[in-house]
Design a protein around this ligand. Sequence first.
Ligand code: A3P
Length: 341
Amino acid sequence: MLNISFWYYLLGSMSISQSSAAPKYLQEDEIVPECKDLLSTLPKEKGWAEPHLYKYQGFWYPAWQFQGVLECQQHFQAQDTDILLVSAPKCGTTWLKALAFTIINRNSHSIDDPGKHPLFYNNPHDLVHQIELESHIDNPIFNPSSPRLFATHLPYISLPKCAKNSECKLVYICRNPKDTFISLWHFMNELRLNHLASISLEVAFDKFCRGVSIFGPFWDHVSDYWEESRKRPNKVLFLKYEDMKEDPNLHVKRLAEFFGVPFSIEEATSGVVDGIIKLCSFENLSKLKVNKDGKLPSGVENKTFFRRGGVGDWKNYLWPVMVERLDYLTEEKFQGSGLHL
Ligand code: A3P
């Protein structure tokens, strides 16, 4: 099979009419035949920023992403010391990547001089790669350091078996569905192919509520990891974006402990935790040149990952009837689980 990032690079040299932030999508007629055959058997529906979404193992994917999911399931080799950052899209992946990278590498990349830190020159997505985009066996993306740090949007059911069965640790970040939806709606309209019209809030909302969104249904994604974190708390750390916003200090410490690299008393008293929080903050990262002008290899502009970075922006967009529908769904889906979003 061909690797998906190879396709990204290849397509980078082709002229496809796209909005400026749009990635160089793998077109539906360009995916490898074995993947195309399987795709043709799957339920499909019109997408948000792409022609179609396909339902595989209960979750929805655009064609280009689907090929990466299959490759990842076939080729990703988890190691016991790996750390996998997991999220549904727009739940705080970028932030978690920045924090995890900085915490784990704080000895080799000191935060004392932020101008020399890798985050000063790299978008967090360049430092921590998505396994469903780049896990082909021939792809040497994997950092040789231990622990290796990766990320994924894969739902629990579709994680490679080795990631579930090995000792590798998972950190899951979720976010309230109303802010997640608004963030996703903005993001997908930034990424859409030029020949596709932007998707209206109302149409996107209906799809989101019916679970038809990239890596959706959102609620199933969240609840599968929530259940797993309850069964195996040493394996899965479950975090909420809103809690992290409210008390970043506590959560940075929790992350370090979960990774097995807790802060020493000296670090705690010398301001290392606060320094990490500041370095990885929305305010700091979003104003860096790399995140204002840079692009990922896929062509996506780094600035699309930094919009407002707050809690409650949904109040500026959702009608009361929409709020009611989302709240009802959330209540219904998480009933009895002990999870409140
Ligand atoms: P908004 O669109 O609500 O602003 P993801 O990283 O999973 O794609 O999620 C993107 C969301 O996280 C966006 O939310 C983005 O602004 C926000 N975000 C990005 N970097 C952040 C940071 N360092 N701290 C807090 N939020 C951040």
